[in-house]
Design a protein around this ligand. Structure first.
Ligand code: PSU
Ligand code: MN
Length: 310
């Protein structure tokens, strides 16, 4: 392989010794949360993963080099958007953008899709994040569907998220994952979680109650030679939930503002996340951080279970 995939020593050693490793994305840092909360969140989450004796591997592209595992300086750069001595700022990088940033030697914050692909190239099988991309509302006209879904149909990485925000069309997102052959597992829930809330009103297609069960399904999927990953939907902890009434009103307002401003494409999710933080006076950010931490615990447990049977 001629691709320069740069791992930290910690990640390389862990993978060589079959010690569990858990991947993390970087769009959530650069485009999903404000600075400096984003950097603090990234460090804290890595700490949680280490408490489980699992090695965290935050993934990004720096100077055109895919990085598997980042040091403090790398996290700071991604979070602040400032690259000392460089003219490039941090681009949001999904699958289609990967060749561009790599060939041009640019920095890139990787989405779920791009992180999955790089994790898989590195040999990492479990990945934890906050929210999954999906089918946007109005997709019948806009065709706006995240490449996170197609990537889940291709790349064998299990992605732990808190479900799908209702800035997206949750029903259509679940339909698409069914078509794409992506198992959607509700973790200790029968109702598919909607990120800020524990429920969405949509039933989860499949329910699991332990990390071991998830690892067993990863193994079964491998044995069956079914391509692609698994989406694990882990509800936000009850104490951190925002009520449906409150968040639904705010999401409608944010979607209205989005329309008025004419924002489209890859800028939609970052804009909405930022606007929702403003409209909730920071409460949505606190909820977002809480659910990311919660997912880190589960992701680490799945990585441990899978490394034990792999
Ligand atoms: N949802 C969040 N925070 C995020 C994202 C989604 O709550 O940061 C990011 C993830 O990186 C996800 C991406 O993969 O947005 C999806 O963007 P798009 O719809 O442009 O594919
Ligand atoms: Mn899109």
């Amino acid at each position: 392989m001629t691709l320069d995939l740069r791992m930290t020593d910690e990640v390389r050693t862990a993978l060589a010794e079959r010690h569990p490793v858990l991947a993390l994305e970087s769009t959530i840092i650069s485009h999903g949360m404000p600075y400096p909360d984003n950097v603090a969140m990234a460090r804290e989450v890595e700490g949680i993963i280490r408490e489980h004796d699992v090695v965290p591997a935050t993934i990004a592209v720096l100077d055109g080099v895919p990085r598997i595992g980042l040091d403090d300086e790398g996290l700071e750069l991604l979070g602040s958007g400032e690259a000392p001595g460089s003219e490039h700022s941090i681009r949001k990088v999904s699958i289609r953008d990967l060749p561009y940033v790599v060939a041009r030697g640019e920095h890139g914050a990787t989405t779920v899709a791009a992180t999955m692909r790089l994790a898989s190239l590195a040999g990492i099988r479990v990945f934890t994040t906050g929210g999954l991309g999906g089918v946007h509302r109005g997709a019948a006209h806009s065709f706006d569907e995240s490449a996170d879904l197609t990537e889940l149909s291709l790349t064998p990485v299990t992605v732990v998220s808190a479900g799908v925000k209702s800035i997206l069309d949750i029903g259509l997102t679940l339909e698409r994952m069914e078509t794409l052959g992506v198992p959607v597992l509700g973790y200790r829930t029968d109702d598919f979680p909607a990120f800020y809330t524990r429920t969405s009103g949509f039933a989860v297609p499949l329910r699991v109650d332990s990390p071991g069960e998830i690892a067993a399904q990863m193994k079964a999927k491998d044995d069956l030679a079914i391509a692609g990953g698994i989406s694990v939907a882990n509800p936000i902890p009850e104490a951190d939930e925002i009520s449906h009434d409150r968040i639904d009103t705010i999401i409608e307002q944010a979607l209205g503002d989005l329309d008025r401003l004419g924002i489209t494409g890859k800028d939609i999710t970052p804009y909405l996340l930022g606007r929702i933080v403003e409209l909730t006076g920071g409460d949505s950010l606190a909820a977002n951080i809480a659910l990311v931490k919660n997912n880190a615990h589960l992701g680490a447990e799945i990585a441990r279970e899978f490394s034990a049977i792999f």
